[in-house]
Design a protein around this ligand. Structure first.
Ligand SMILES: [Fe+2]
Ligand SMILES: [Fe+2]
Length: 301
């Protein structure tokens, strides 16, 4: 069984560059071109949030038109840049949400040897991860239905401190998640949001974060780390289950990578920067850290 995990497209409906720098439509097209040539046809394609940059309707339509011709089963969950209502309306086949977890978009895919569990960790207006009590009750009940089943559990936000301080501000109610997962050991937690692959062991649980299809987080472990990105090679995760072994491969997407940057996530918003493009070799640094990098709406500091 092969599950491809793509994350953090940040597609815009207005064709402006994301964060004033990144041509995310081109990133999407490069990812599609790569996937069309891949030999490993997946049993499922999972999209772990930040599909859109600002939750605009056109971005979801672009994604739907782009991926549907592949003919692969597609499953999505929202990230902090997404709009649940628009994902439900425009991508209903990709978000078969269980009403028991409403208003969050949570559901399972049970037709393969590895169970896929999709968990919504977003809270409108907030950048960080939220493990809502309703969602945690749903998850506990859901995992208990098939105990000891190999499980890939997908959510946008990782529950662990990444060491990139700006990204680690909110881990609300993550203890409840750890308690539930400890009862279901054959689980790999697969996240997005960080725009960088990280492999970790959190409270006894195997955790991995996906590289982004768009920009990649600058690896800065200092106090200001987690607020800059670079135009590094994009990528995705390939989860492969065979003969009782679950391997997760970190894959790269062939692009004309410039490695330009670092650029700040937390400077002026796209609208304020105008039509700048990534070909402009400029550094967008700022001392204003009141607004978090990957958040368009709320301070995390
Ligand atoms: Fe993102
Ligand atoms: Fe995010």
């Amino acid at each position: 069984m092969i599950v491809l995990q793509l994350s953090d497209f940040h597609v815009r409906g207005d064709d402006r560059p994301s964060f004033g720098v990144v041509d995310t439509r081109r990133c999407l097209e490069e990812a599609l071109a790569h996937l069309k040539k891949t030999e490993a046809k997946p049993d499922a394609l999972v999209l772990t949030g930040d599909l859109a940059d600002d939750g605009d309707e056109k971005a979801y339509r672009i994604l739907h038109e782009s991926f549907s011709p592949l003919g692969w089963p597609i499953y999505a969950i929202p990230g902090n840049h997404d709009r649940r209502d628009r994902m439900r309306a425009i991508l209903p086949g990709w978000c078969p949400a269980d009403p028991d977890a409403a208003p969050c978009i949570c559901y399972t895919v049970e037709d393969g040897p590895v169970r896929l569990v999709m968990v919504d960790t977003t809270n409108p207006g907030s950048h960080g991860g939220h493990w809502h009590p309703t969602v945690m009750r749903w998850l506990d009940k859901t995992l208990a239905k098939r105990p000891r089943t190999p499980t890939l559990l997908f959510m946008h936000h990782p529950p662990f401190a990444t060491g990139l301080p700006v990204m680690d501000a909110s881990l609300e109610n993550a203890d409840a998640l750890a308690t539930i997962l400890r009862k279901n050991p054959p689980t790999r937690l697969c996240c997005g949001h960080i725009h960088r692959p990280i492999l970790s062991q959190w409270r006894g649980v195997s955790v991995v974060t996906a590289p982004a299809v768009s920009m990649q987080m600058e690896l800065d472990l200092s106090e200001k780390g987690g607020d800059e990105f670079r135009l590094e090679t994009p990528g995705y995760l390939l989860h492969h289950w065979k003969q009782g072994v679950l391997n997760t491969h970190v894959c790269q997407i062939a692009t004309r990578t410039s490695f330009a940057g670092p650029y700040s996530f937390s400077g002026q918003r796209t609208e304020d920067r105008g039509q700048k493009t990534e070909t402009e070799d400029r550094r967008l640094k700022t001392d204003d850290r009141a607004a978090c990098g990957l958040c368009s709406q709320l301070s995390v500091i």
